[in-house]
Write a protein that binds this ligand. Structure first.
Ligand code: NAD
Length: 356
């Protein structure tokens, strides 16, 4: 059976939702274009063993809208979209599946660019790229951007220093106790930078070997993954999972600043109010962790290294602005950031309407 693309009714505020199926290739996927108001939609492809098609649809809708926010805030001239492939990344991958997916992406004609996300490797994306010019985050090729993690870590580090200045009156991190949760691609790179800046590291990872390595390399203190919120720290840098900031954990958090790479750190939006009440400055995750998408955007725009450097500086400036506005208006930083995005999108829509 050939590749089948089925247009689904996109919810209000979304441009397009397409269900993709190729039985021979074993492909079942969704592509969601949330917004192209700022430019072509860009967002990774996630492969996940979803319990149902409905669960996959809900996930792609949530993730695509998040990409519009992240890309608009980072000033990339890109919109937001996402794709999800239904299947077990450990057992269901094949060349035929990724080629069929690539043909589906090509049919969007450049209104959506895909890249790696959870469950998808650069090797998988290289197969997708055999069928489409709209696959990015590649390791090889004239404009390949490679591993985005170092850029993500650099963006988080720059924002963390802005946060430190706002909270402690200085960007100097010497002796500051910073807890890095998750020593993976981003967390390790961030820990290196913090160590070089003189911070006193506390680390945790479910992978004990990673923590031990940090103990040796950085003289870090190690804590167990379930003891994170019992530590006396100045700064918390969540770089593992989402949903770590809850009403319960925030009540136990000693840090005065939260700045890390993990997506969706707040379990629910109202947790931001708890952080504000506790006088703990939370730097919105989708603003500080945009370094990776900035790196990918350089590939989309065929831009040189200066493009990435400029955009990284820009996210630090945005954080500065968010913190100032939040303090002036007594609003949570996430609310200020969301309002800025609404404003950016409204302006872009005006420009697009005027050009139409
Ligand atoms: P990764 O998989 O390389 O690292 C995650 C690390 O967290 C691993 O070492 C893992 O063992 C550890 N971990 C998992 N559960 C844990 C727990 N309960 N307690 C402590 N440690 C735990 O992932 P990554 O690429 O470094 O990304 C980290 C986070 O940043 C993710 O939430 C990701 O979505 C987000 N993010 C990454 C990028 C990027 O460029 N890689 C960009 C934006 C956002």
């Amino acid at each position: 059976m050939a590749l089948k693309l089925v247009e689904e009714l996109a919810p209000a505020g979304y441009e397009r939702l397409v269900y993709i199926e190729d039985e021979d290739a074993g492909l079942r996927a969704f592509v969601c274009v949330h917004s192209t108001v700022c430019g072509p939609a860009v967002g990774g492809c996630r492969m996940w063993n979803y319990a149902s098609k409905d669960e996959a649809r809900t996930d792609v809708l949530r993730l695509a809208a998040g990409m519009t926010h992240k890309n608009a805030m980072a000033g990339l001239g890109l919109g937001g979209g996402k794709s999800v492939i239904l299947g077990d990344p450990r057992s269901d991958k094949s060349e035929a599946l990724f080629r069929a997916f690539g043909r589906a992406i090509e049919s969007f004609g450049g209104s959506y660019y895909t890249a790696e996300d959870v469950g998808i490797s650069p090797e998988d994306m290289a197969i997708v790229a055999k069928e489409t010019s709209y696959a990015v985050g590649l390791d090889h090729g004239a404009h390949a951007s490679g591993d985005p993690s170092p850029f993500t870590a650099e963006g988080v580090f720059q924002c963390l220093k802005i946060g430190a200045r706002a909270v402690f009156g200085t960007e100097d991190l010497t002796g500051r106790r910073v807890l890095v949760q998750g020593l993976g691609h981003v967390g390790w790179s961030l820990a290196e930078k913090l160590h070089a800046a003189g911070a006193a590291l506390v680390v945790t990872d479910v992978n004990a070997a990673a923590s031990q390595k940090a103990q040796v390399s950085f003289g870090a203190e190690v804590c167990a993954p379930d003891e994170v919120f019992d530590q006396q720290i100045d700064i918390f840098a969540p770089c593992a999972l989402g949903g770590v900031l809850t009403h319960e954990t925030v009540a136990r958090l000693s840090a005065k600043l939260v700045c890390g790479a993990a997506n969706n750190q707040l379990l629910e939006p109202s947790v931001a109010e708890d952080l504000l009440k506790r006088d703990c400055l939370y730097l919105p995750d989708y603003v500080v962790n945009a370094g990776g998408i900035i790196s990918v955007a350089g590939e989309v725009h065929h831009a040189g290294p200066e493009y990435r450097a400029e955009r990284l500086v820009q996210i630090a400036r945005r954080i500065d602005e968010i913190v100032r506005t939040s303090r002036k208006e007594g609003k949570t930083t996430i609310r200020v950031a969301d309002e800025m995005v609404t404003d950016i999108l409204a302006k872009a829509r005006k420009v697009a309407d005027a050009a139409a």
